[in-house]
Design a protein around this ligand. Structure first.
Ligand SMILES: Nc1ncnc2c1ncn2[C@@H]1O[C@H](COP(=O)(O)OP(=O)(O)O)[C@@H](O)[C@H]1O
Ligand SMILES: [Mg+2]
Length: 403
């Protein structure tokens, strides 16, 4: 198996400023101000917020985005749709023709940094841009927009948690085209990088042990690229050593990842440590994987109960994997559900041929064919939420994200 090392500085490919504006006059003002402020990576298009949605659905978001909403029939729903495709941490300045305080307030509620009314003057635009860069815009949320943390944990060892985590990350990154980092919190035995045919980079250990190490550039060097939208954070630390993860360092690391990625998928080791607790406390979703064994049932229940105490707002999905492996020896699903006091969301069948073939060749199971792959892709869709529901309220989702 060739384990290709593919790494790049993900900060470098990002434009500083991108604008989609329909009239030449405003575009000229933006070009002038970008020049005055010496913003080198600026790209100014003839277009509207609709074009921004299309382009940013497939390309990286700039740090500051200017969109024209003057021809928008439903500006708020366009802004929500834009928020769906934009990366976390982007400042969006809207430009329109309506001088309407009500609209302004609504736009701010929907996550916009500032709203400027045409004709836009260089002075006004310059002030808005400077405030956006410095994070001092009057309505900038303190936390900014953050990506979601999806923790994946096995109730027992070997039940397929890594397989599920890898497939979820790949599916969200590929079919939803969201920026995803797959973070392997087992720094010694973790197998996420191996499952994707990659070599982990050095540096994760330092980042989880020392809160002072964490900054954007350091992280960029530690991330390994699988595709334009999927990155891996893992390690293969020697076994004759002890990794001492620090709670604050893991918290800071998660925050830094959330500012860079739409989804942070964490493959958790089963031992409860300060690091796993930190992830479980910050998670928006937990995917709990078990087999249909008695021990699996007991520990699924215990982890579900732990989540009630640690993070009651976290959405927990229970996934049974390798269903049918032990046939008559398994606990029936209905009994398992009674035992854990809730329903099971998904049963993935045991399929040694397809699953092992995918894993042994370094491919995510979800990228192959068969019922396991299909159901994993469905689970990824469910975790992302369907689009129609997602459009209803960015503000609500922002609250959920920063919780
Ligand atoms: N649905 C399945 N059918 C057959 N084998 C599976 C299935 N899911 C996982 N496996 C196998 O089980 C083993 C353990 O999976 P892994 O994802 O490493 O588990 P965990 O992370 O929970 O320890 C792997 O060798 C994998 O190939
Ligand atoms: Mg594992």
């Amino acid at each position: 198996m060739s384990r290709a090392l593919a790494r790049d500085g993900i900060a470098q490919e990002r434009l500083q400023l991108r604008a989609f504006v329909a009239d030449a006059e405003t575009r000229a003002v933006i070009a002038q101000v970008a020049g005055d402020l010496m913003i080198t990576g600026a790209s100014i298009h003839n277009g509207t917020v609709r074009d921004a949605i299309t382009v940013l659905g497939r390309e990286r978001s700039p740090r500051i985005l200017i969109v024209d909403i003057s021809t928008s029939e439903l500006p708020l729903s366009d802004i929500d749709e834009l928020a769906e495709v934009c990366e976390p941490g982007v400042s969006v300045i809207a430009i329109g023709e309506r001088n309407d305080v009500g609209l302004f307030r609504e736009l701010i509620h929907h996550g916009i940094t500032d709203y400027l009314v045409k004709p836009v003057t260089a002075t006004l635009l310059q002030r808005a841009l400077v405030q956006a860069v410095e994070g001092q815009a009057p309505h900038q949320r303190q936390t900014g927009r953050l990506g979601r943390i999806v923790a994946v944990m096995g109730a027992r060892g070997g039940v397929g948690a890594t397989m599920v985590a890898t497939s979820l990350a790949w599916s969200i990154a590929t079919s939803r085209h969201r920026r995803v980092v797959l973070f392997d919190l087992d720094l010694q035995f973790g197998s996420v990088a191996l499952a994707l045919d990659l070599d982990p980079a050095n540096g994760l250990r330092d980042a989880v042990e020392n809160p002072s190490r964490i900054d954007g550039l350091y992280l960029d060097r530690t991330l390994v690229r699988h595709s334009d939208t999927l990155y891996v954070l893992g390690a293969e630390e020697p076994l004759d050593d002890v990794v001492r993860a620090d709670r604050d360092a893991v918290g800071l690391l998660l925050q830094e990842l959330q500012a860079k990625f739409h989804f942070v998928i964490v493959d958790l080791p089963r031992q409860i440590s300060v690091a796993t607790q930190q992830v479980l406390q910050s998670a928006t979703n937990l995917v709990l994987v078990s087999d249909l064994s008695l021990a699996g049932m007991r520990d699924t229940l215990r982890i579900v109960q732990l989540m009630h105490a640690l993070n009651v707002g976290c959405t927990v999905n229970v996934v049974i994997n390798k269903g049918g492996e032990y046939r008559a020896g398994e606990i029936p699903k209905s009994e398992f559900e009674r035992g854990i006091g809730r329903s099971v969301d998904l049963v993935l069948p045991f399929d040694a041929r397809r699953v092992c073939a995918a894993i042994n060749s370094g491919r995510p199971v979800a990228s192959t064919s068969g019922p396991v792959a299909e159901q994993l892709r469905e689970l990824a869709e469910r975790i992302c939420g369907n689009k129609a529901a997602g459009r209803t309220g960015l503000f609500k989702r922002l609250l959920a994200m920063v919780r």
